[in-house]
Write a protein that binds this ligand. Sequence first.
Ligand code: L4Q
Ligand code: ZN
Length: 268
Amino acid sequence: RACNLSACSSKFVLSQVHPMWQEPLAIPGGDRQSPIDIVVRKSIFDPQLRPLKVQYDPRTCQQIWNNGYSFLVEYDDTTDKSTLKGGPLEDQFRLCQFHFHWGENNAWGSEHSIDRRLYPAELHLVHWNSDKYSLFEESVIEDNGLAVIAVFLKIGKRHEGLQKLVDALPAVRHKDSVVEFTKFDPACLLPENIDDYWTYAGSLTTPPLTEAVTWIVMKQHIEVSHDQLAVFRSLLFTSAEEQLQRSMVNNFRVQQALKGRTVRSSFT
Ligand SMILES: CCCCCCc1ccc(S(N)(=O)=O)cc1
Ligand SMILES: [Zn+2]
């Protein structure tokens, strides 16, 4: 029986969702692409994984920028003020920005999934290896250049710390808009428990898709309210000049093949 869209369960509807950009055909290497589904029973506990050491300084927060894919909260990364180390990382990494990926509804929106479970949104805290490189742009093409912490968002109680960011979003409704945004501590967006995570070698999930990322995916999610996520969906992919406005939703990449990679867990 032909399955009409309304009768399909969400997983079929997902296949009707058009990714936000045409996937390029040839991707550098192409054997460690992101995002992926994390199959919990196939992940390997690694007792050598240490706790993460996160030290963020809210004074390095500078602005919010709508880049036409997501909105980026950008940090001053000219000194080692907001850093990440430990966990699977050998070097010290500097926070340069964080952003989110979300869906048009609460059934999907995250890039990674856990045993196929998708979340309505996913936070990415992007850091680059400041022990080995002197600029973010350099580290983007190196296999140990970047470390991204991923945190799943679930619909629930209002996230008080997020509200300051939500209130600033209407000022960056259109692509290429920027607004000053200061004194925001991104640590407030981390779950209470950051010792339990999965980690694997992957890539950026938007162009240039380079295979430079050590992914650190938090086991514990954070909660945000339905209304807070609705403000994310009020953003636009399009600039103010374009006559056809398109809502910024479904800005996630389709999941990629594992290609034999191992996903390690920091917990049993
Ligand atoms: C030299 C310019 C490169 C800009 C790459 C910016 C970027 C950062 C993080 C991610 S994500 N979604 O993998 O965390 C994607 C893209
Ligand atoms: Zn991202």
